[in-house]
Design a protein around this ligand. Structure first.
Ligand SMILES: [Zn+2]
Length: 166
């Protein structure tokens, strides 16, 4: 599969003042939707507070914390962050975003947060109808034609963006 998205991994460095974030330090992670794909920038709290323009341009924003040396290396991203990203990908037609949304749907199904209700053919595409466990509203997810290897690749990209096992 062509890599439509180059994803910059989390760096542990503030993208503005270029200071290395310390263990235990809270920071803000933001995803920007650029022509080259989603770019993740991390900001120390004081730099983020001075950049409301960035906050408006960001596709997704979440707060996180650098783990202490005694803690597991990968911080656990809040499920709400993933659900928020999933919902923002609704009605996006770029193939890479359709792929992200579908692979996130699989992950949310594994977490038993999203429930599969059925599939239908809409204009030649397979569309899954689903709902969140806590809500009645139907959620539509396009099923792109991805094989297991491609799904794993998309999962790796998502994992790099969010520092999470997908
Ligand atoms: Zn900074």
């Amino acid at each position: 599969m062509a890599k439509e998205y180059d994803i910059a991994k989390a760096s542990g460095v503030c993208s503005t003042c270029e200071r290395e974030l310390a263990g235990g330090e809270e920071f803000v992670a933001a995803l920007f939707d650029t022509a080259e794909g989603f770019r993740r920038d991390d900001f120390c709290k004081s730099c983020w507070e001075g950049r409301s323009d960035e906050a408006e341009k960001a596709f997704s924003v979440w707060h996180s914390r650098i783990p202490l040396p005694s803690e597991p290396k990968k911080p656990v991203v809040n499920n709400n962050v993933l659900v928020d990203f999933f919902e923002k990908l609704d009605a996006q037609s770029e193939p890479a975003k359709v792929n992200f949304r579908f692979v996130l749907a699989l992950m949310l199904m594994r977490k038993k947060m999203l429930i599969y209700d059925g599939s239908s053919d809409e204009e030649g595409r397979e569309v899954w109808t689903m709902h969140f466990k806590s809500e009645q509203a139907a959620v539509k997810v396009i099923r792109p034609e991805l094989n297991a290897e491609q799904i794993a690749e998309v999962g790796t990209q998502l994992g790099a963006l969010f520092e999470v096992e997908i």
